[in-house]
Design a protein around this ligand. Sequence first.
Ligand SMILES: Cc1cc2nc3c(=O)[nH]c(=O)nc-3n(C[C@H](O)[C@H](O)[C@H](O)COP(=O)(O)OP(=O)(O)OC[C@H]3O[C@@H](n4cnc5c(N)ncnc54)[C@H](O)[C@@H]3O)c2cc1C
Length: 393
Amino acid sequence: MANTISHDTAAIIGTGLTGLVQALALAQENFKVTLIGPVPSVAQDDRTTAILMPGITFLKDLGVWDDLVASSTPLTTMELIDGTHHSVFDAAEIDQMVFGYNISNAVLKKALIARLKKNKHITWHATTATTIAANDRGWDITLTSNKKISCALLIGADGRDGITRHAAQIEIDEKTIDQTALVSILKCSKPHYNTTVEWYRQGGPLTLVPMHDNKFALVWCGTSEDQRNKQSQPLTQSGKELSELTAHRFGELKVIQPFQAWSVRPMKATQLVAKNCALIGEAAHVLPPIGAQGFNTSLQDIIALTSTLLEGRSIGYLINDAIMLSRYESVRIMEVKLRYSTINTINALLLSTRGVMHHVRRAGLFGIQTIPFVKKYIMEAGIKPLNLGRTRA
Ligand SMILES: Cc1cc2nc3c(=O)[nH]c(=O)nc-3n(C[C@H](O)[C@H](O)[C@H](O)COP(=O)(O)OP(=O)(O)OC[C@H]3O[C@@H](n4cnc5c(N)ncnc54)[C@H](O)[C@@H]3O)c2cc1C
């Protein structure tokens, strides 16, 4: 039998970056949080995440920044390149010292796990949820151990194919595209001066995000077959290919870690909430890796949901009140739609081998049309706080 429903308990399903940050954000505001998901293995994630300033400010508020700062790399300059079109912009243009920081996923997860384990408002079930079922007042959750727990508010942070969305009967829009992102670490022979560069190439973007010791985090998108072939070739050959593709902008590039492949499967949920339930992060939206939008969008979900729940509590609402959930949705849904359509349109231009989009590329119009737009987009995302008057209870 499930436990009695506690009217002030939120259960978060999923322990990716989104679930971990959301759990800490709520627990630090003294909400009772049940976190469900395996303790993430830090060894299996070689990715880094470029987090823009609004997200960094939030991580500082959560008290994890001190654990991250030494291993994070400031992002001071960005370059967008398409053939002959080249746009360079500096954080000073938005009155900032930096756009954000590039943080190792493993280091970020480790810092979050350490904080979560110490927080007395968190009960962490380090296993998966096998079934979840709605009832009038909340949700019943069955874990793989067969243990049953209940909550008033269910927060789905269980990624693209998670069970929360299915249980809440929330539909998705999705794009089926033939694209895979290869990630790795590169060492370069010329100094990178903390510069991020995104090349817009046929098949998808090629992005270098600076790391310490004159290294770059690489995200290299292309068709799945091309990327599979790259994975099977010697790393020295890939290094040569990358040095040429980047026109030796940073000298010789050496691939110093085997590639990890991530297939690009964009989707967005048509709703962000259902009765007693909210979706956040990649459970709600998966974006192609262009302009460092993915986790930055998830952080905005977390900030919006946390602020809404806090505001609601301050005026006496229960944690699962429908008014608060609909407020969360109204704050986020348009922004998610806009980001989703913008990033996918840019990506479709890169993927297209025929039709109007192909001609746009062939005529050299891609850069002229797209680069100012992406630039404005990244700059806005780098400064726009989404705070909703966050107040401590
Ligand atoms: C190549 C690449 C590069 C990227 N670079 C950037 C970047 O520079 N900047 C940026 O902002 N974003 C970036 N992103 C996006 C970013 O990595 C993700 O948005 C981020 O990892 C957050 O994901 P998430 O936690 O929402 O989902 P996930 O990482 O998918 O986590 C979901 C979690 O839920 C768990 N789960 C699923 N089902 C259950 C269940 N039934 N019970 C319990 N647990 C469950 C899973 O085990 C998993 O741990 C990039 C993405 C890719 C692929």
